[in-house]
Design a protein around this ligand. Sequence first.
Ligand SMILES: NC(=O)c1ccc[n+]([C@@H]2O[C@H](COP(=O)([O-])OP(=O)(O)OC[C@H]3O[C@@H](n4cnc5c(N)ncnc54)[C@H](O)[C@@H]3O)[C@@H](O)[C@H]2O)c1
Length: 375
Amino acid sequence: MQITVLTETDQSETRVALTPDVVKKIVNRGINVLIQSGCGQKSNYSDSQYETAGAKVTRTINESALKSEILITVKRPEDKILEKLNKNTIIIGQMDPYGSSSELNRVAKYGHQLFSMELMPRITRAQSMDVLSSQSNLSGYKAVIDSVAEYKKAVPMMMTAAGTIAPAKIFIMGVGVAGLQAIATARRLGGIVTATDVRPATKEQVVSLGAKFIAVEDEEFKAAETSAGYAKEMSKEYQQKQEELLSEHIKNQDIVITTALIPGRKAPILVTKKMVESMKDGSVIVDLATERGGNVEMSQVGKKTLHEGITILGYENFARRLPTDASNLYAQNIMKFLDEIIDVDNQQLSINYEDEIISGILIIKDGVLVHPMYK
Ligand SMILES: NC(=O)c1ccc[n+]([C@@H]2O[C@H](COP(=O)([O-])OP(=O)(O)OC[C@H]3O[C@@H](n4cnc5c(N)ncnc54)[C@H](O)[C@@H]3O)[C@@H](O)[C@H]2O)c1
């Protein structure tokens, strides 16, 4: 059996799908790994590290690289790669499954099997394969670090002979995986941290991290969590009440980090232009949801903007800004999934299509979109 990893074609992608540590584990299972030269360069993994781990490094995308049973990627490969692969290649990566069914229908024609890691079910058995969690955790951390780098004051309270520096007030909006790590990071830096979410379960989590919870806790809030553990889209009335409460709070904050998402939908707008303009000069906002439409009315995808003295960071993917760790955790997630689909003793693929994990993330098979969300 052979697995291939190619350099990501998206120039802004800094991560690589397999790291040398994980390659070593795969090779130890008797599986060949073929790596395109330079694919780990942006995340600080060199060709020689891959070779030491047991991979074969190839300069060109040659016939051998294209005839592997499995191709592992960070993002969905481009057509020019898909058309050259052996038919029925297993492709594992982040396939951007939401809202792109026309593109995916085109991709389906190539006859491969696509597994979309973003759809990993949130069940205990799948936790170690959950790429959204591994990447969101790093994003939450990096969002705070980057906001503090833009902030022109110190974060912790400092009592010095020359005078006292007040601690920074940091507000985290959306307390999923990214938000929880953002709270923990902001607390470690010594900020006064508050957080909000629409799911009641988050209240206890926020308090246990030493932060204060702020939310409209009405009847709708009490039922805002789906059975899958995600937030529902809130009604216009709730959004109105939320806006009133948050407007008062935000104007006194120094740093705001937004992380609110609803699976498969556009991100909710939580910070309006008026709220931005109510903040003090020098305040910093980080919008982690720009790729999905943004939580901040004025944030721009991939950009840092300055509006009336307020800096807004809308970088697309904060995990990409820590590519060494992000690649490593991603590769560990992939490794666990490979163990689900490879029969190592017999050196062959063994895919149980009835299994919850397999059916949960398989989006294309036999030339068609097979995932229930496309039905
Ligand atoms: N394997 C597992 O069991 C597993 C792994 C990771 C996460 N989870 C759970 O999945 C859930 C979602 O986590 P996530 O990080 O994927 O979330 P997410 O990225 O989908 O959303 C981030 C947060 O935004 C919040 N949000 C949505 N709309 C909002 C609004 N209008 N105002 C304020 N906040 C809003 C959500 O409630 C969520 O907490 C959590 O319950 C988490 O504990 C389970």
